[in-house]
Design a binder for this molecule. Structure first.
Ligand code: GLN
Length: 315
């Protein structure tokens, strides 16, 4: 790489990145780069990471030339991005609900669609519980982006995060520390699809019942996995994405069913259950939910206008 200024870097490397990563075909889970402007923005994002400066600084220092070390880090990051690796894994973080979360390959990258779960849980908390303590649990917490965002919004909330992956739990704890929420959260490695899970939790909860369960579980049926964007398949953990059939045959909702069952045991009467699901699973999810003890069941839409989550109140 020559001694380019920031301005030239953005132009030249933006063009190169767009040429490599523009989508070859439209896919539902497309994570390619749709325009040259987006590609240039990605270069800004990488430069912000390399220089630890925000975009305003970069724009006002367009003539700045990178040092040798900065150049090397930029080039390493750029080459990774060219191979389709998501920016979040390259920079080790992702913004969600206004906070930055550490991410690594042990967890999914937080998606904006998931933010509706935080909105709903916070709204429920505000209306119902504003003066009391409130216990919320996140099943399959990953980075803990949902749980920690709810805690940030709701100051009297205490949260439990559960994940099957020990590395994800370590990451979740680092995120809790980073956001100053370690005192109001506890994290445990456990498999919520396992028979022993409820007994394990009863030990953790010591007689407390939960006011809310949130979850973005794996929900993609195995046969739809192939249709995911290459960068998702190549870099994000399959175990966090794909689920089997629920008992009545609902595809991809085996994990969701376990959450409905856990909710029956662990939630207070009147407590809130929120489960994210796929854009085409609203009906199947409601059908599945009808076998369990919930009321006020509805499907929440995401910002893109797709069915995205089940809302249910424990009877
Ligand atoms: N709760 C995390 C998220 O929403 C992880 C979800 C998962 O691994 N399925 O991003």
């Amino acid at each position: 790489m020559q001694n380019f200024s920031l301005f030239t870097l953005v132009q030249e490397f933006g063009k190169e990145l767009f040429a490599v990563l523009q989508p070859k075909e439209q896919s539902l889970y497309n994570t390619g780069i749709n325009s040259l402007a987006d590609a240039k923005n990605e270069i800004y994002y990488l430069l912000s990471f390399v220089l630890q400066k925000d975009k305003v600084f970069l724009l006002s220092h367009a003539e700045y030339v990178l040092s040798k070390t900065e150049r090397e880090l930029f080039m390493r990051s750029f080459e990774r991005r060219k191979k389709g690796e998501p920016l979040a894994y390259i920079t080790g973080q992702k913004e969600f609900y206004g906070s930055n979360f550490f991410v690594d390959s042990s967890t999914l990258i937080p998606r904006p669609d998931t933010e509706i779960l935080v909105d709903e849980a916070s709204a429920y908390f505000t209306v119902q519980k504003h003066n009391q303590s409130f216990y919320v649990m996140d099943l399959g917490t990953g980075t803990a982006c949902i749980l920690l965002s709810v805690l940030k919004e709701c100051r009297q909330c205490f949260g439990y995060g559960i994940d099957i992956n020990k590395k994800a739990i370590e990451l979740a704890k680092r995120n809790a520390d980073r956001l100053g929420l370690a005192k109001r959260s506890q994290f445990f490695t456990a498999d919520f699809t396992n028979e022993a899970f409820i007994a394990q939790l009863e030990e953790i909860l010591q007689g407390k019942q939960l006011d809310c369960i949130v979850s973005n579980p794996p929900y993609i049926p195995e046969y739809e996995y192939f249709a995911l964007d290459d960068s998702v398949k190549q870099f994000e953990p399959k175990s966090a994405l794909v689920s089997g059939q629920a008992q009545n045959g609902e595809n991809g909702l085996a994990h969701a069913e376990k959450i409905l069952q856990a909710g029956e045991e662990l939630l207070k009467s009147g407590a809130l259950l929120l489960i994210e699901h796929g854009y085409n699973q609203g009906k199947a999810m409601q059908a599945l939910c009808s076998h369990y003890h919930y009321t006020s069941v509805k499907t929440l839409m995401d910002l893109g206008g797709n069915e995205r989550a089940l809302y249910a109140i424990k009877k």
